[in-house]
Design a protein around this ligand. Sequence first.
Ligand code: ADP
Ligand code: MG
Length: 257
Amino acid sequence: MKEKVEPEGNKAEPTQNAQNTDQKEPKKDDNVVLRTEKLYRIFKRGKFSVNALDGVSFQIYNGEFVSITGKSGSGKSTLLNILGTLDTPTKGEVYIGGEPISKMDDSERTALRRKRIGFVFQDYNLIPVLNAVENVELPLFNAGISKEKRRQKALDMLEIVGLRDRADHKPDELSGGQSQRVSVARALVSDPTIVLADEPTGALDTKTGTKIMNLFDDLNKEQGHTIIMVTHDVALADRATRKIVLKDGKVIKDQTV
Ligand code: ADP
Ligand code: MG
């Protein structure tokens, strides 16, 4: 296995503080798409502070389908936002493709997010004035892709999520399940290395939620996307190939099935 060389002064510390999980010393492995090292996120409010993340270390391998579960307030969204570079840890590091993201400036981070990360939110986050295909195209702007090619890629993605015939519908003309499929198409259009999803079925009824889950399953098994999905639904979490459980900002279980 080829060793990845990290810049001096930025070497991984041994994980003697590793939590109560199965994890071992991080291997520097080409197959690791994402790694966190002792992540802390402390929210301060007046004299109170909350350790939303309390020393989270793990590595995610290419092609894994990871579920993150835990009670409300256990730090799931905080973790996902940091992995997606939407928030910054108080302490610790996230490596994406071996690169420490704290060392990047804003424009590098934005470029990384555009190219490597697809985000699916519980409430879809679609732009209301844009139709489905325009929403899906958004991540392709400033990517040096012609207008025609952008449109074609977005339509291809809508085809994959089964919504090619809804391309010109605006979000308020789509059902919840359809909106979430558009948001999945948008997350995938730039062919990201990692797909992050925060309760993607949380706003959907069980039947529609199952359809979205089937879609994630296909994306993982057939297209090889690495998926990290936050869910509170045990049945959905069971579909994952690896289950991480958080409690009070700590990983209390990390199990590959
Ligand atoms: P989950 O997604 O598992 O429900 P969160 O990551 O949203 O949990 O929150 C973890 C903890 O951090 C909670 O105690 C929450 O109240 C706190 N928290 C999250 N975001 C903020 C914030 N912006 N300001 C202050 N506290 C926050
Ligand atoms: Mg949450």
